[in-house]
Design a binder for this molecule. Structure first.
Ligand SMILES: Cc1cc2nc3c(=O)[nH]c(=O)nc-3n(C[C@H](O)[C@H](O)[C@H](O)COP(=O)(O)OP(=O)(O)OC[C@H]3O[C@@H](n4cnc5c(N)ncnc54)[C@H](O)[C@@H]3O)c2cc1C
Length: 273
């Protein structure tokens, strides 16, 4: 029986995993692959996340492909834009781009037992067949809006870090940040330096990862000089951030379970703090 297919291998996802798989397949002699990416660019997490201060939080010399080591990272913890550029560089150097289809979401995959091929359905109605499928879809690129009662009635702008809207000017706005982790923390210096006379509220369900630190500015050219007061790791608290100090006040919190991997940014238009 002769098996026919569009591509020997289809890779679903154009993040670092997908790019690495593509390069590895090529080296192993599987040159007939197609990498399919839902977004309009590659890099995965580093394509979708462009919020101020986005950066890798493990040293860059270990967050790169072993076969494509870069010695020119601008910082130990490189900013997201550099990781995105590194992904684009790999696409060109290893000739992955011409075998990549962007703006294409795979919505179904089934194995055809009779034809011995995978059939992948895309959101735009195509069916692509392949002998092998590599799943490289990641787990952290889809924003998960929090279930906060009344959020839908909030008249200000609501934004998720994973889809940062660069057209929105935060100047003069009161900003509330909801969430924990590095992602929630990263934009805070930008907000506090841009309008030091306005407050930024940062709500965390469980302050389990916050430690005293001097935080660098978005450009990382120097410290901001604001400090964090040490907090007990298991206490639910809300934190108000100002350029010179961080006030921590007790607030009620409904749960002390594991912190969510989400951050929502919201602010009220035209209201004074
Ligand atoms: C903000 C942020 C910061 C992070 N920081 C670090 C860090 O400092 N250190 C660290 O080790 N890890 C970090 N991570 C984890 C990061 O996810 C991994 O390091 C790595 O980028 C995962 O790569 P990936 O290719 O497996 O997945 P992703 O980067 O998530 O890429 C998956 C790609 O698949 C695409 N895709 C998904 N489903 C489909 C579909 N059905 N059809 C077509 N395309 C699809 C997505 O659009 C995405 O582009 C961070 C993640 C985020 C979100």
């Amino acid at each position: 029986m002769t098996v026919t297919y569009d591509h020997e291998v289809v890779i679903v996802g154009g993040g670092f995993s997908g790019i690495g798989a593509a390069i590895g397949l090529d080296r192993a002699g599987f040159g007939d692959y197609l990498m399919i990416e839902e977004g309009d660019g590659v890099g995965g997490a580093w394509h979708w996340n462009t919020y101020p201060g986005v950066a890798v939080d493990i040293p860059s010399f270990s967050y790169q492909f072993s076969f494509e080591q870069r010695a020119t990272w601008s910082r130990v913890y490189a900013p997201g834009a550099e990781l995105k550029a590194y992904a684009e560089h790999c696409m060109d150097k290893y000739d992955v781009r011409r075998r990549t289809r962007l703006n294409t979401k795979v919505i179904g995959a089934r194995f055809d037992d009779e034809q011995h091929v995978w059939r992948l359905d895309t959101a735009d109605g195509d069916t692509i067949t392949a002998r092998y499928v590599v799943g490289a879809t990641g787990v952290l690129t889809q924003p998960k809006p929090p279930q906060i009662p009344g959020l839908e009635e909030f008249t200000g702008t609501v934004m998720h870090t994973a889809r940062w809207d660069h057209d929105v000017d935060l100047s003069g706005k009161r900003v509330a940040i909801v969430g924990i982790t590095c992602t929630a923390e990263a934009p805070v210096p930008m907000m506090t330096t841009r309008r030091p006379d306005r407050s930024t509220s940062w709500s965390q369900r469980a302050v389990c990862m916050t430690v005293p630190s001097k935080v660098s500015s978005p450009s990382m050219s120097g410290g901001l000089g604001w400090e964090k007061t040490p907090v007990a790791p298991t206490t639910n608290r809300a934190v108000t951030v100002r350029p010179s100090a961080v006030d921590i006040s007790h607030r009620s919190a409904s749960s002390s379970k594991a912190a969510p991997l989400i951050s929502v940014f919201s602010w009220m238009r035209g209201r004074s703090p």
